[in-house]
Design a binder for this molecule. Structure first.
Ligand code: PLP
Length: 445
């Protein structure tokens, strides 16, 4: 018999969690999770936004098993490995042109930590002129992970206010994806306002800003906030004009979720630093990558005595099993049909969710590719939220779980993040259970 309290679950109010009858997952197959009672659930959030081709995918399983027969772990500190090199070359090939170097770590947050430290050190070591730049520009409601650097860049007030004294200073600009506009502003005026704020902030602090960090096209953890077309491109042009680095955090949006392999492609943007994690291994193993341009990489070269080295790294950096899973994942992407499937599934989701457009408790349905957020409110006409203690989002996902679907809310926004390769029959179940669960949970209130 094991103790339920031995595991302290992340982002989980443990007391109510332990009072709840939470399934114990012991297996997976395709797009389903299986619990110890043998009950099957559709994995509607791709096991926290990272599963790509389903569970127990033969090609990925085989790649990991074959790698186990060679070696499971060896360090990249002072040694090389073929598999980490092969993956780095493949990542350089598939990411926007200009990103030529891969720094490995093991989570989205660590990919971001590496990026922000590289940005500061780059400015300090650039040959002419050397500059000390320590400010970062971030978008309101952005999220970049839970280590302290990442929290400084992407804090969510409700979660992170207690750490405020530990965080470094940033410049926050309004998110163009904000779901509530300032009173009296139209959507077009607000988009203009956001661009003006970005323009003015960069101009005013240009020689102090190390980088602007952005979740390209969609702010996921804020509740699937979709940016207007052209915004990402504008960020690229403005940062380039001032010699400010652009960090694209594609931890959530990368690997197909918005309809292209990387979201930056849709606006023909090459950032200076690109953060990848989650889907990089098909959702199998922890691996992350921070890609950099040659201009950045070159600023770290020089004799050891010059101390230009990037003194940063984690024990499992470039772990061979994870690299093997990532290579198999990229092979599967290269086979025809995966990104086409995203388009078909995105259309099916959009059509299926049409019926919520007049729902009295649905304030907005926000979607880009397969990333979907359904925001619930007590009164749509007056835009009144539900009382937080009602935990409406949580109630909906509990009903869905009973019906055989695992989803997870962000507050009162129900998030659907099906694996991008999900078949349409399974997606239909995701849709129908979600719609039923919303109505049943709301009827109980
Ligand atoms: N960046 C973004 C945009 C994310 O959505 C997340 C996680 O959801 C992270 C970073 C952090 O990733 P991880 O949980 O792997 O540290």
């Amino acid at each position: 018999m094991t103790s339920q309290t031995a595991v302290w679950h992340p982002f989980t109010p443990m007391q109510s969690f332990l009072e709840d009858d939470v399934p114990v997952i012991c297996a997976g197959e395709g797009f389903e999770l299986i619990d110890t009672e043998g009950k099957r659930y559709v994995d509607g959030i791709s096991s926290l936004w990272c599963n790509v081709f389903g569970h127990r995918v033969p090609a990925i399983d085989q790649a990991i098993k074959a790698q186990i027969d060679r070696i499971s772990h060896t360090t990249l500190l002072g040694l090389q490995s073929h598999i980490s090199r092969e993956l780095a070359e493949r990542l350089v090939e598939v990411t926007p042109q200009g990103l030529n170097h891969v720094f490995y770590s093991d989570a989205g947050a660590t990919a971001v930590e590496a990026a922000l430290k590289i940005a500061v050190q780059y400015h300090a070591q650039k040959t002419s002129p050397a500059q000390s730049r320590h400010l970062f520009v971030r978008l309101g409601d952005s999220y970049h992970g839970d280590t302290l650097g990442a929290v400084s860049l992407g804090r969510i007030e409700a979660f992170h206010h207690v750490y405020a004294p530990l965080l470094f200073q940033t410049l926050t600009i309004p998110s163009p994806g904000a779901s509530r506009l300032p009173p009296g502003m139209t959507q077009a005026e607000y988009a203009r306002y956001c661009l003006d704020q970005l323009t003015n902030t960069l101009a005013e602090h240009a020689d102090q800003i190390a980088a602007v960090i952005i979740e390209p096209l969609v702010q996921g953890a804020a509740g699937i906030l979709v940016h207007p077309p052209g915004y990402l491109r504008a960020v690229r042009e403005l940062t380039a004009r001032h010699g400010i680095l652009m960090i694209a955090d594609e931890v959530a949006v990368g690997f197909g979720k918005t309809g292209t392999l990387f979201a930056c492609e849709q606006e023909h943007v090459c950032p200076d630093l690109l953060c990848l994690a989650k889907g990089i291994t098909g959702g199998y193993l922890p691996l992350a990558a921070t890609l950099a341009t040659s201009e950045i990489y070159d600023a770290f070269l020089g004799p050891p005595a010059e101390m230009k080295t990037f003194f940063h790294g984690h024990t499992y950096t470039g772990n061979p099993l994870a690299c093997a899973a990532a290579l198999a994942t990229l092979d599967l992407f290269a086979q025809a049909g995966t990104l086409e499937n995203v388009h078909a599934n995105a259309t099916m989701l959009a059509e299926g969710l049409q019926q919520l457009h007049d729902h009295p408790h649905v304030r907005q349905v926000r979607q880009k590719g397969i990333m979907t957020g359904i925001e619930l409110v007590r009164d749509r006409a007056q835009d009144l939220p539900f009382a937080a203690q009602l935990r409406i989002g949580h109630r909906v996902i509990r009903v869905a779980r009973e019906k055989g679907l695992i989803i997870r809310p962000l507050g009162d926004t129900i998030v659907l993040m099906p694996a991008i390769a999900m078949d349409q029959k399974t997606l239909e179940r995701v849709l129908s259970i979600t719609l039923e669960s919303i109505d049943e949970a709301l009827a109980e209130c």
